[in-house]
Design a protein around this ligand. Structure first.
Ligand code: ZN
Length: 262
């Protein structure tokens, strides 16, 4: 199952995997889109996702925050602003990231697939590594790998086939292949620390070509050491929703509880 947002990376990944799949008749490909409920942004992207899947003849599942959590991201953001949550460091992207990962896993499990491919590219990965370090969460680097470890039967294994491909090259591929995708960025994106890191890395890459790649390669070399010191996470069922989690209550439930949704 390919997670398709409708942006250039995920749509390009879908086109590439469809091509590869033809050589592997035993493999089966489908797609999922999570509608987070961002007005004027997601609705348009959703149409690109639907259009590309239809064109390629791919089974496509659409799931939404509204249907899963009763509220769209726009509504959640509005609630956090009213509650003053935004001042405590939880950005729309923090909510969206956690809730979207859960939505993707639920959809993948429901579809009965054994791999969930996301279109994270070299730029995303380099940003994530720096973000983890800047957040003081360096050991997370041990867990965030191109092919995630199978830690629990309820987690569908995630893979990132484009993790060594620069964003610019994917964009070029999409343009050359005349692939239709959404080019408008998410209106909430500039609120995240990630956005500052993106600007910084792009500026550095311009002066010192190849630094994103060397950053990722350095992390690959350090990772075995980090894995050795990182404690093995023991997963248990969330008390509220039954999904696997490290603590008693999973992150999505904690977030929803903060909003008094549950
Ligand atoms: Zn839960």
């Amino acid at each position: 199952m390919v997670a398709v947002s409708g942006g250039k990376d995920s749509v390009a990944l879908l086109h590439i995997l469809v091509k590869i799949e033809k050589v592997f008749p035993k493999a089966c490909l489908c797609a999922v889109t999570v509608d987070e409920g961002v007005r004027g942004y997601r609705d348009e992207a959703l149409n690109f996702a639907i259009g590309n899947c239809r064109k390629l003849g791919i089974n496509h599942v659409v799931t939404s925050f509204k249907e899963l959590y009763s509220y769209s991201l726009d509504e959640i953001v509005k609630m956090t602003l009213e509650k003053g949550e935004s001042g405590k460091g939880l950005t729309p992207c923090a909510y969206c990231g956690v809730l979207r990962r859960r939505a993707l896993n639920l959809a993948a499990r429901k579809a009965g697939v054994d791999k969930l491919a996301t279109a994270h590219n070299l730029d995303d990965e380099a940003q994530t590594m720096l973000l983890n370090i800047l957040h003081g969460d360096a050991l997370r680097i041990a867990r965030v790998k191109p092919v995630l470890a199978e830690v629990h039967p309820k987690f569908v294994q995630r893979v990132k086939p484009l993790c060594e491909v620069p964003e610019k090259e994917i964009a070029l591929y999409a343009y050359l292949k005349r692939i239709e995708f959404q080019s408008v960025p998410c209106p909430y994106a500039p609120t995240a620390l990630r956005s500052d890191i993106r600007v910084m890395l792009n500026r550095m890459e311009e002066k010192h070509a190849g630094i994103k790649f060397t950053l990722i390669k350095s992390v690959e070399r350090i990772r075995p050491g980090l894995e050795a010191v990182a404690e093995e996470v023991k997963l248990q069922d969330c008390r509220e929703c039954g999904e696997p989690t490290v603590g008693e209550i999973c992150k999505p439930c904690q977030m929803l509880r903060k909003l008094d949704i549950r």
